[in-house]
Design a protein around this ligand. Sequence first.
Ligand code: ADP
Length: 410
Amino acid sequence: MPLEFFKENEQVFNTLFEAASEGVVVVNAKQIIVTVNTAALEMFGYSKNELLGAHLNILIPEKYKANHYEHFDSFMEHSEKRRMGHGRELFGVKKSGEQFPVEAGLNPFKVDGECFVMSLIVDITIRKENQRQIRELNTELEGKIKIRTQELSNTVDNLEKEIAKRKEAEKRIKLALKQEKELNELKTKFLSLVSHEFKTPLSGILTSALLAEKYTQTEQQAKRTKHLTTIKNKVHYLNNILNDFLSLERLESGNVNYKYTAFSLNKLVNEVIYNANVTLKYGQEIDYNIDMEDITLYQDEKILELILSNLIGNSIKYSPEDSTIYFRIYSKDKKIIFEVEDEGMGIPQKDQKHIFERYFRAENALLNQGTGIGLNIVKVHVENMGGTIFFESEENKGSKFTVILPNQNR
Ligand code: ADP
């Protein structure tokens, strides 16, 4: 009897099996356990007597048993040495019912023509636990990496935002510097302009005064009057420049109080045209809709007069002799629109964007007298009165300035 054979030779097997650190379980073709070593007994928690003669099933968890039969039979048919499991997880069951992961190698052999299988079993609980811990650590690590990556990407985002902010600030500073530089240049330009502006009329006044002084006879009154008129005109001109400065100063300090009253538009226009006519160059004329239906305006009359006089004055100054200045007035949707158009030198394209800036004078206007203050004052007043001002101009063709003001009284 083979079982007997194992029993009789227990000594020999014990020596062999006990040397192995793996659990060794030998079964016959009917899966009856014929011998086990101590390592297997310790692993499964049985005594030797309990296992010898028992079916191998005793060591296999319930749910794997069905499978196990199939595997065992096919294994017996192709009887060869191999590892069990093939990628599946194998489990053993202890006497206590506790399941534990195992790795098993199967070694078939024959004694006296009878088939046996020796299973070498290793308890891989610790290895599995280690693997589980490694997996857990990996997951934890991946989580940490994700968080760090997110933090890094946030830092990069913040840095990019910071860089963009700094670039923006740098741009602003550069712009401010540029504006400051432009302002300084304008101030220098303005100072030389003002010195020049005062120098010419002052020397004119001096000359006229000297000449007038020479005419002492009563009958020379006409000549005296001529020189006195020149003096008056030049003083008037200087007075206007000083008024502009004062206007500027008042606008700057917010000291302008607009006096809104109702007045006749025709009366105002006539006054403006009358004053402008006196300063026309030879052959110049002002074309305006003289038979315009009268409108009552509710605005600051004096300031509106200043605005219109300034625009017409510029058209006269920057247009040649024998040219026409068109002055048009329209009333539309509770708005009053003034257009002053001339056939003068126009404003060079590159200077147009600066034209309302204080002290700015276009390159082609530098030979004419001027301070570069008028349009700036006009624009501030127009806007303070709730209106807008804009212009179109082409060099050597002419300019057209448009003022649109609200008219609350219509
Ligand atoms: P000013 O006439 O004293 O120089 P303004 O502020 O009135 O100052 O005008 C600013 C600049 O705008 C002028 O120096 C001139 O270059 C340009 N300008 C204004 N009006 C006209 C116009 N009708 N035709 C051509 N250039 C004009």
